[in-house]
Write a protein that binds this ligand. Structure first.
Ligand code: CMC
Length: 436
């Protein structure tokens, strides 16, 4: 729990009136202290102005800690390197939701519980048919996940702790089924029902790639890679989509509607859509000799082109998730028997040239999680349009854990930012016939 400092305050002086105001400083368990400005408007009649929330803490949270300067990411105190290397996605889900790594018994209970919720209501299948076959799978995800609240009324009462738990489990369990169905629909293949004897990653791979006409065998290397990708994307504190989920949920909206809002926010190329954009960019660059041309374009203020998979609002160092992925990309491609993947060679050369360039060094722009993930996903066999969907599958647990934490926070209120109004002041209404 955060502590308000007994001694430390910050003083604000209005240089016009000479009036001073004091605000308490609050310390968390790690990371920068914050200035508590909750009484700012009441005391000064002024708001703060922080578009993009670069300096604004929106909530207390005990789930994920990031030190962007040092490139540190921890969930509930455990480093992402340890979790990606020694744990599995089900354990990480439990950790994010319940605060500790599970014991053997707890893990078994959690796995069984999630497994028992993997099927979706049969009526939901008809919803897919309303979409065009060429719909982007993220468009289908937004629609179908939002529609879950029309199917699972018995878990939409956010004030009932049991409803909250069931909705959380349902979302984590059903999201791979819904995602695989979105893919199957766009390629015109029959939906594949979940198989409860398989692990979370294996089940997802089978629902995505199996066809009823043949047996499907799952490569352990592929399911391990998939599981690791899920871990690396599971949560990332108050990013755009998570903040969207919290803001939507702050009004009391049901969790299915909130997660659909999160999926919409994730879709954008500045956020989860970047993994798809990275691969499209690598294809566009094509060969190593064209890298300098694209680097110059990324540096040109008059050109909207940005190096996708580079830069981050919080990390001013190598994104630790990108480090894990960079190391495992070679390993995974070897295990999959993909020799000399030209896109990987191109990505590594692009990274080398960009990192040595003053423009990127001065702005502390490093590869982020999306830079290498697409190469692994492509090697597994996913089309680029599914990349962001996979991000959504993995991030659902993070969204759900953050939503639950918010609802259970006694100080929670509806999220309602203020604004700096720059429009017209009051003016007289002119009847249409008299308007010039
Ligand atoms: N290529 C070229 N220049 C860049 C890039 C880039 N990828 N990213 C930032 N810059 C420049 C930007 O032009 C600005 O320069 P100047 O100071 O001269 O105006 C400076 O670096 C700071 O950028 P910003 O836009 O103010 O930074 P931000 O914190 O608002 O944006 C970002 C963060 C991730 C949206 C941005 O770096 C970006 O668009 N990156 C490419 C998209 C991407 O890879 N997104 C995935 C993020 S990680 C996964 C996730 O969150 O989903």
């Amino acid at each position: 729990m955060a502590k308000t400092s007994q001694t430390r305050t910050v003083t604000l002086t209005d240089n016009e009136t000479g009036q001073t105001y004091e605000f308490p400083v609050i310390s968390g368990s790690d990371g920068p202290d914050v200035i508590d400005i909750r009484r700012l408007y009441a005391e000064t009649g002024m708001f703060t102005f922080d578009p993009g929330y670069t300096s604004t803490g929106s909530c207390e949270s005990a789930i994920t800690f990031i030190d962007g300067e040092k490139g540190i990411l921890r969930h509930r105190g455990y480093s992402i390197e340890d979790l990606a290397g020694k744990s599995d996605f089900m354990e990480v889900c439990y950790l994010l939701l319940y605060g500790d790594l599970p014991t053997v018994k707890e893990k078994e209970w959690f796995q069984n519980t999630i497994t028992n919720h993997t099927m979706v209501h049969e009526q939901l299948l008809f919803l897919y048919r309303g979409f065009r076959r060429d719909a982007h799978p993220m468009a289908v995800m937004v629609g179908v996940v939002g529609a879950l609240s029309a199917f699972y009324h018995d878990s939409t009462d956010i004030n009932d702790p049991q409803h909250r738990v069931i909705a959380s489990h349902r979302l984590i369990a059903k999201i791979p089924t819904i995602a695989a169905m979105a893919y199957k629909y766009t390629i015109g293949q029959p939906f594949v029902y979940p198989r409860n004897s398989l692990s979370y990653a294996e089940n997802f791979l089978r629902m995505t790639f199996a066809v009823p006409a043949e047996d499907y065998s799952i490569s352990p290397a592929v399911s391990r890679a998939m599981d690791r990708l899920f871990i690396l994307h599971a949560d990332h504190e108050q990013n755009a989509s998570t903040s969207t989920v919290r803001l939507a949920g702050s009004s009391g909206a049901n969790p299915f509607a909130c997660i659909a809002a999160g999926i919409s926010s994730l879709w954008g190329p500045a956020h989860g859509g970047a993994n798809e954009a990275v691969l499209n960019m690598l294809h566009e660059i094509g060969t190593k000799d064209r890298i300098p041309e694209f680097i110059e374009r990324a540096k040109d203020r008059d050109d909207p082109f940005r190096l996708m998979g580079f830069g981050h609002r919080v990390y001013k160092n190598y994104d630790p998730r990108a480090s894990v992925l960079r190391e495992s990309t070679h390993e995974v491609l070897d295990e999959l028997g993909v020799k000399d993947e030209p896109l990987l060679e191109l990505a590594m050369e692009l990274e080398r040239i960009a990192i040595e360039d003053d423009y990127f060094a001065e702005r502390k722009l490093f590869p982020n999680v999306d830079f290498y993930s697409g190469i692994i996903l492509k090697a597994i066999g996913f089309p680029t349009s599914m990349f962001t969907v996979l991000f959504a599958v993995a991030r659902t647990v993070g969204w759900v854990a953050q939503w639950k934490e918010m609802i259970e926070d006694p100080s929670q209120r509806i999220g309602r930012p203020r604004q700096l109004f720059v429009g017209e002041k009051e003016r007289p209404f002119v009847p249409v016939a008299d308007r010039k």
